[in-house]
Write a protein that binds this ligand. Structure first.
Ligand code: SAM
Length: 277
């Protein structure tokens, strides 16, 4: 992340969501020139792999959130929220408190952009946290998060940018504040089978100051969650999600190494287990 600047990757994915037609608030959140460009070229941009990915990822995670609300969960924590607009977009959250966790620079930009838009959530609380340095648990406690009742956690598009150590400690913190039945919806990026395929993406991300640092295999991610007392309920690549939702699948590029996973807190964490990464 560039010091004092909002996350560039957060802006790109919000832009892709606006083109994908799954997030009517996103257009108001991205810089005006990007919104104009999207409007002018939306038909040709519509089949960009990132656009197809964001359509599928947004719908899959929206569905997990709506299911959790139907089950009676009234707290949502959005980790690395970026320009996620669920608190302003989903009427299902009208009885929920949403905690938006991110770097302060991205939060300041987002708050300015959302000044005139009323949230659909009952309340939105901004919690400034750097997963590499700060204690998520302490900051959530201060913001009023209740660890004794169920939470829906959204950790979308964030783990690849974190060090393995920050991923590990954040999962442990999430679990410690998850009453049984809490839901964790996350995305993660698997290492490409052909290591040269990722070189271009890695270079581009490094140049914008948000390098990939935390790619994980399916086995490592499941083991990490299971040792922390989460049951993995679903874990799908984009091709699978596209089939289920009868929507276009992204062209197979490196980006399609990303997966969308939903897990449920059940039983105590097995803290004695070894580091699974
Ligand atoms: C690709 S964006 C995804 C944003 C949002 N979740 C979405 O899907 O639209 C990555 C987000 O992770 C956040 N992030 C990356 N590293 C972080 C860290 N160490 N601490 C807190 N947030 C971080 C960035 O600020 C950014 O908002």
């Amino acid at each position: 992340m560039r010091e004092g600047r909002p996350s560039a990757t957060a802006t790109y994915v919000a832009w892709a969501r606006s083109i994908a037609g799954v997030d009517p608030i996103a257009e108001r959140l991205v810089p005006a020139r990007m919104a104009r460009f999207a409007r002018a070229g939306s038909r040709s941009l519509a089949r960009f792999p990132l656009v197809d990915m964001m359509r599928l990822r947004t719908i899959a995670i929206d569905d997990a959130v709506k299911d959790a609300v139907r089950d009676g969960t009234t707290q949502v924590v959005v980790l690395g929220a970026g320009l996620c607009a669920r608190a302003w977009r989903l009427p299902e959250l009208s009885g929920s408190i949403v905690y938006e966790v991110d770097h302060p620079a991205t939060q300041q930009y987002k708050r300015r952009r959302l000044e005139r838009i009323t949230a659909k959530a009952q309340d939105v609380r901004f919690v400034a946290v750097d997963f590499e340095k700060d204690d998520l648990s302490i900051e959530l406690e201060k913001a009023g998060h209740d660890a004794s009742t169920r939470t829906t956690w959204i950790w979308e598009g964030v783990t690849p940018y974190l060090t393995p150590q920050a991923i590990l400690s954040t999962v442990a913190k999430i679990r410690a504040r998850s009453a049984n039945g809490s839901v964790l919806a996350l995305t993660y990026f698997t290492p490409a089978r052909n290591r040269y395929r990722l070189v271009g993406v890695r270079l581009a991300l490094r140049m914008i100051g948000e390098p990939f640092r935390g790619l994980m295999s399916v086995e490592s991610m499941h083991r990490l969650l299971e040792t922390n007392g989460f049951d993995v309920k679903d874990d799908a690549a984009y091709a699978e999600l596209a089939k289920r939702l009868a929507l276009p699948a992204p062209r197979p590029t490196v980006a399609t190494g990303e997966r969308v996973l939903v897990a449920k807190a059940a039983g105590p964490p097995n803290v004695a287990d070894v580091n699974p990464i």
